[in-house]
Design a protein around this ligand. Structure first.
Ligand code: FES
Ligand SMILES: [Fe+2]
Length: 336
């Protein structure tokens, strides 16, 4: 008997569940309707606490909570005053871009105040009725724009059905499901491993599963749009997971389709497609993600060097694509 390679047997002891930093990208923060004018809210996403506010002009700001003056937490006692967020401690005011706009008592302003924003503020846009923030660990400006999603922005579509689920893993692990074609048969119980094509171009990933049945695109790590088509009827699933901490994510989805006439064949197919996306379709042979994926995600560890076989999907290519969104030291990147 030859010598046993114990490396493979012992490797899992040193594996981490989620060795990933928070990735760069646009991330869903909340629905626009949930943040009123002059409202201030403390939120925890993207690995830290933030103060989210809507100024009197309607613009949304998302800033670091701690005032650059003496460190008060502006989400506790702060106030929206005109365009600005006012710190409760000495009433310094900051706009939605993090510039200090007023120090009510100082005669000599620290020079840096005039040169740059002194409070970290994430770039924020509102699209599809949602608030989105651009996250980059080193505060770099957005590297791409959010895409048009006509189903969420243009009339003629039904009000989206929404879902939101907490998951105890990083968003890379959630999204890897999209290229893990073999698990569709064995975990979800679908009748066969569907044929699929995947391609990557810059921050965009594209997938075509089962010859046009599911066609989707990923726009960075925080937004995926999938179209499910059956008998000429298309339904849309938009998924927008957001990292909460390194090991905790919130998975969010919206489902919609054209506003087909009541009682029509098209409406029945579209509704069934949406049920199928959630895994609740009548007579469905396979189990939806709610019932099976979470069990795996919530407990698995990440293997940076997986043992793959020929039936697996393009997991390595997908991971390589996802890695572009991580900014970290070489030691951290080596574990991903
Ligand atoms: S700590 Fe915020 S104004 Fe002084
Ligand atoms: Fe899955």
């Amino acid at each position: 008997m030859g010598a046993i390679n114990t490396k493979i047997l012992l490797e899992s002891k040193d594996l981490e569940r989620c060795p990933f930093p928070i990735p760069v990208g646009w991330f869903f923060v909340d629905f626009s309707e949930n943040l009123q004018t002059s409202e201030i809210r403390n939120i925890e996403i993207l690995g830290q606490e933030w103060v989210l506010f809507r100024n009197e002009g309607g613009k949304v700001g998302m800033t670091d909570p701690y005032c650059p003056h003496l460190g008060a937490h502006m989400g506790h006692g702060g106030k929206v005053v005109g365009d600005n967020l006012r710190c409760p401690f000495h009433h310094w005011e900051y706009n939605t871009e993090g510039w200090c706009k007023n120090i009510p008592y100082g005669k000599i302003t620290p020079p840096i105040v005039k040169k740059q924003a002194i409070l970290r503020a994430l770039p924020v846009v509102e699209r599809y009725g949602m608030i989105w923030a651009w996250y980059h660990p080193e505060c770099e400006a957005p590297q791409w724009e959010l895409p048009a999603i006509p189903e969420l922005e243009e009339p003629g579509h039904v009000k989206p059905r929404r879902g939101s689920w907490p998951v105890n893993t990083a968003i890379q692990e959630i999204a890897e499901n999209g290229v893990d074609f073999a698990h569709l048969k064995f975990l979800h119980g679908s009748p066969a491993i569907p044929p699929a094509e995947v391609s990557f171009d810059g921050h965009i990933s594209s997938v075509n599963m089962a010859n046009g049945y599911i066609v989707g695109k990923g726009y960075g790590p925080g937004l995926n749009v999938f179209h499910f088509t059956q008998e000429g009827v298309t339904a849309t699933m938009v998924s927008y997971s957001v990292p909460i901490t390194a090991e905790k994510s919130q998975m969010n989805m919206s489902f919609t389709h054209k506003d087909f006439p009541e009682g029509s064949r098209e409406l029945a197919i579209a509704k069934k497609l949406v049920d199928h996306m959630i895994g609740q379709a009548e007579g469905e042979e396979s189990a939806g993600f709610e019932s099976v994926d979470f069990i795996v995600w919530n407990h698995k560890k990440y293997r940076p060097n997986p043992l793959l076989c020929d039936g697996d999907g393009p997991i390595v290519q997908y991971r390589k694509w996802f890695k572009q969104f991580y900014v970290a030291d070489p030691e951290t990147l080596a574990k991903i």
